[in-house]
Design a protein around this ligand. Structure first.
Ligand code: FAD
Ligand code: 2HG
Ligand code: ZN
Length: 481
């Protein structure tokens, strides 16, 4: 575990929970939604990686926006710090308390408020689990514009608050484009109704964007309005091998040009990532077993005409094979094979977890340079650890993971600040899609200018003057209280 106290000091202006507070919350929410049970608290105090651990004594489960508003109004007046938590699948230590913050989870808010079949606009409460929304929409003939490996646990409110990217961004773009509106509760309990369902609305500042990706530091998201694309009948998936990174890059350029509008995912993993998945996860096999390849690419196409799309994809694969860009490949023949390909790519985080200690870096970098960093890290770390590179190549997003039997300061010293400096030098982002959380709050300057960070801190002060919402996260600790 990362010991919170070595990273940051508890803000002394925050109060400590007392029995009057507990009585207040029980009166407001009822006994069942005020959780003090030790086992449940242990779970919600610990993040998905088992790397960050807080010591909260209270989990609150509001059922309505009004309850969220009353909780925050009370916490603000008492100066009690709060961590908004969703599915707790975040990977940067943002979703768990650092000290004794009160955890607020909108997991009981799971209503679908409306779905407009003409426009594809879905309005729902923030506690809806992503996979449930995917199933709901599937029945209506639509899909979510985002998909990620954590879909079975993450909540749409958490997705919006992290501005999650995921596996379909290359086709549908980010949540800044797809979220049409939201409702959020500010630290003082004020409810901001920005729950628009319009594609176009230029009436003043578009404040919803502040909440998309602000990781619970500006308000609790309670409702979301999201534009969903129709489900198209033809989906094809190819699992391909490339000998070198330069071929992966060229393949991406070709895919954008030749597959064009039907391209819906372009993901990659290197041989180390593939090895981990094969060794750590049950029932996974390499679809290209003839030999180990240096890189694997998963390409998905989605379109409305099966024969046209299949022809297009097959022609692309043939020309890529003839041009020497791919050394081997297989097209999924049925839905089971398709999901087995996805299982390999989506299984990498789980395989890394099972392998032991893991250091995660989620970087946006120019595609051309991206894999040089993985090579550099291998040289720096030698036998100390296994360096794994994979991610959303189509979006220029590298997931650099360093896996070792256990956490070791010697390893960390070889990685940081080297990775951040490297990224900054290439004008990349030190957080492409996972956020800053606790892990990278102090690293923000590698990707943002001083003036920009100051402006962020002013906005935080305006919306949350006591700094009760997700303290110690996102903004550098010097500006966070
Ligand atoms: P949590 O982890 O609970 O919280 C994340 C942050 O959002 C915290 O700062 C929290 O305070 C805040 N928050 C949560 N709910 C609310 C709310 N209602 N209001 C205000 N703030 C809130 N991420 C990607 O971007 N792309 C991926 O492809 C991807 N794949 C993943 C695969 C696996 C196996 C795992 C474990 C994680 C993956 N993630 C990915 C990271 C993670 O799933 C996402 O960040 C996700 O959006 C978090 O949602 P959550 O509901 O679990 O939020
Ligand atoms: C993914 O794309 C997730 O699989 C997790 O964003 C990335 O674990 C990681 O580094
Ligand atoms: Zn990812």
């Amino acid at each position: 575990f990362s010991s919170a106290s070595t990273l940051v000091q508890r803000n002394p202006s925050f109060s400590t929970l007392n029995s009057d507070d507990i009585s207040y919350f029980k009166g407001l929410l009822g006994e069942k939604s005020v959780i003090q049970d030790e086992d449940r608290l242990e779970t919600v105090n610990t993040d998905w990686m088992h790397k960050y651990k807080g010591s909260s004594k209270l989990l609150l489960l509001p059922r309505s926006t009004e309850e969220v508003a009353q909780i925050l109004r009370y916490c603000n007046s008492r100066c009690l710090a709060v961590v908004p938590q969703g599915g707790n699948t975040g990977l940067v230590g943002g979703s768990v308390p650092v000290f004794d913050e009160v955890i607020v989870n909108v997991s009981s808010m799971t209503n679908i408020i409306s779905f407009d079949k003409v426009s594809g606009i879905l309005v729902c409460e923030a506690g809806c689990i992503l996979e449930n929304l995917i199933s709901f929409l599937d029945n209506q003939g639509f899909i979510m514009p985002l998909d990620l490996g954590a879909k079975g646990s993450c909540q749409i409110g958490g997705n919006v608050s992290t501005n999650a990217g995921g596996l379909r961004l290359v086709r549908y773009g980010s949540l800044h484009g797809n979220v049409l509106g939201l409702e959020a509760v500010l630290a003082n309990g004020d409810v901001l109704d920005m729950l628009g369902t319009l594609r176009k609305d230029n009436t003043g500042y578009d404040l919803k964007h502040l909440f998309i990706g602000s990781e619970g530091s500006l308000g609790i998201v309670t409702k979301v309005s999201i534009l969903t694309p129709p489900k198209l009948s033809s989906v094809n998936i190819a699992f391909l091998a490339c000998n070198d990174y330069s071929s992966c890059q060229k393949l991406l350029m070709e895919a954008k040009r030749k597959l064009g509008e039907i391209l819906s995912a372009f993901e990659f993993l290197d041989t180390e990532a593939m090895n981990l998945v094969l060794h750590q996860l049950d029932g996974v096999r390499n679809p290209l077993p003839a030999s180990m390849h240096n890189f694997y690419i998963l390409i998905e196409t989605t379109g409305s005409d099966e024969s046209y799309n299949r022809e297009k994809l097959e022609a692309f694969l043939l020309s890529s094979m003839e041009g020497g860009l791919i050394s081997d490949g297989v097209l999924a023949q049925d839905i089971n094979q398709a999901s087995s390909f996805w299982r390999i790519r989506e299984g990498v985080p789980e395989a890394l977890m099972k392998a032991g200690a893991v250091y995660k870096y989620d970087l946006s970098l120019p595609v051309e340079k991206m894999y040089d960093l993985v090579d550099d890290m291998r040289i720096r770390l030698g036998d100390l650890a296994t360096v794994v590179g994979y991610g959303h190549l189509g979006d220029g997003n590298l997931h650099l993971n360093v896996s070792a039997p256990e956490y070791d300061d010697k390893i960390l010293e070889q990685i940081e600040p080297y990775v951040y400096e490297w990224t900054s030098k290439h004008r990349g982002s030190i957080s492409a899609e996972h956020g800053l959380g606790l892990m990278k709050a102090n690293k923000i300057y590698y990707s943002k200018s001083t003036e920009t960070v100051q402006t962020m801190a002013s906005i935080k002060k305006l919306l949350d003057p006591n700094g009760i919402l997700n303290p110690y996260k996102v903004l550098p600790h010097s500006l966070n209280s």
